[in-house]
Write a new protein. Structure first.
Length: 411
């Protein structure tokens, strides 16, 4: 199949409806696939607008923006010519943070060495977008503590990719939100850990943070930024009915989207297997998510659920399939919650580390579920990591500890 022919289409907007138009020779199967996908997007609620384009999720560039079309072309290449491109890249640009969360997943990655500087990050961003990424995600620590955050956001070519930020929300002053919008930030998720203000502040070990978040949501919205909440559910939190409580809070705050993550025993939660959602929990969350989708009400935010998206009923595990995570020192991992690195992007380049990651026998094929919630997969990987090993641990050390042949990448 000719890759160039996969670009022979345009997407237009009629009100809120996306219209697909073929502009040249294109494989019939590919165009039919795209028609089905566009029809599906038209069923989604519009959660906001960016540069005149319609957004249905912070994780997808809006259409018909050029970055959105690029995302569709990349999707076609993944399906029809088996191209392995990372749609999303999560970059931990700093581990500095004013909070001290009980459940922090990145604390294991902190080291004494200096993190990457701004010029190194710019080079990585360029390589990442050139590799095919259409969603550059800035995280930390707290990304707002990085002095050059706006410069890094501006460095992302918005004709090719959108930018998303995860933040604890405390530093979103009116002036800071305006600067983020001027830099080109597409959207942000503010972490919300507990429906109860006191519970949230306790988990974050930061008094008054919940109240500050609710104040700062309005600053972000007035600046024209798309704002959502990022939540996580453990087995107990799900039993407590927190998902629906978060949806009510999202409605009151007027946010556009809520992303629900499954609790994973990593970072400070490493070894706490009791936090994992049971199969029954995840199925109940999937049903709740589908209910919000089918009965979408304009006053409620859109719900994006890891329990649904990263399941056999949807896309499966994203790690090393269409996303990667990078530490503040340049180490590339399959995802935020996998403490295994396949190499350093500064030393080897983003493309080479991505190749090593996606050709490893355990990550070379799509996995039907979240790998870090699979007892069998953990037994073959993270459970082999010695307790005193630095994190993230090199894949070579993991393979050796697990009794597998260590891959020689030198040729």
């Amino acid at each position: 199949m000719n890759a160039e022919e996969l670009k022979n289409f345009e997407v237009e907007l009629d009100g809120e409806k996306l219209l697909l138009k073929q502009t040249g020779p294109m494989p019939e199967k590919a165009f039919a696939y795209l028609q089905k996908h566009i029809a599906r997007l038209n069923k989604f609620k519009t959660i906001g607008w960016w540069h005149g384009a319609r957004s249905v999720s912070f994780f997808d560039p809006p259409l018909p923006h050029p970055a959105g079309k690029r995302g569709l072309v990349d999707r076609l290449e993944r399906v029809f010519i088996r191209a392995r491109k990372p749609a999303a890249a999560t970059l931990a640009i700093t581990y500095d943070c004013q909070a001290d969360c009980e459940h922090c997943s990145c604390s294991q990655n902190r080291r004494k060495e200096r993190p990457l500087n701004t010029e190194q990050w710019k080079k990585i961003i360029t390589e990442t977008v050139d590799l095919g990424t259409t969603n550059v995600i800035f995280t930390g620590g707290e990304p707002l503590l990085h002095k050059d955050l706006c410069e890094l956001i501006s460095h992302v070519d918005e004709q090719k990719a959108t930018t998303l930020m995860f933040t604890n929300g405390e530093l979103l002053t009116e002036d800071r939100c305006k600067k983020l919008a001027d830099a080109g930030l597409y959207s942000m998720f503010i972490s919300l850990d507990c429906p109860d203000p006191a519970g949230h502040d306790r988990l974050r070990r930061r008094e008054g943070l919940y109240a500050k978040i609710m104040e700062n949501v309005d600053h972000a919205k007035r600046a024209g930024l798309l704002v959502g909440f990022s939540i996580y559910l453990t087995h107990q939190k799900h039993k407590n009915g927190e998902l629906e409580q978060f949806m009510e809070i999202g409605k009151r705050a007027g946010v556009s989207e809520i992303i629900q993550f499954d609790a994973v025993p990593t970072g400070r939660l490493y070894g706490q297997m009791n936090i994992l959602l049971s199969p029954e929990d995840r199925e109940q969350i999937r049903q709740q998510t589908l209910k919000h989708y089918h009965e979408a009400k304009p006053e409620y935010p859109t719900l994006t659920s890891q329990s649904l998206v990263n399941s056999p009923k949807s896309m499966g595990c994203f790690g090393a399939f269409n996303q990667f995570y990078m530490t503040a020192y340049g180490d590339m991992c399959p995802c935020d919650f996998t403490p295994i690195t396949f190499g350093n992007a500064v030393e080897l380049g983003v493309e080479e580390v991505w190749r090593r990651m996606t050709t490893h026998p355990l990550w070379s094929k799509r996995f039907p579920d979240c790998r870090m919630q699979s007892a069998d997969f953990r037994a073959q990987t993270v459970d082999c990591i010695p307790d005193d090993s630095p994190k993230p641990c090199s894949i070579e050390m993991v393979d050796e500890a697990c009794g597998r042949p260590v891959i020689n990448h030198s040729g």
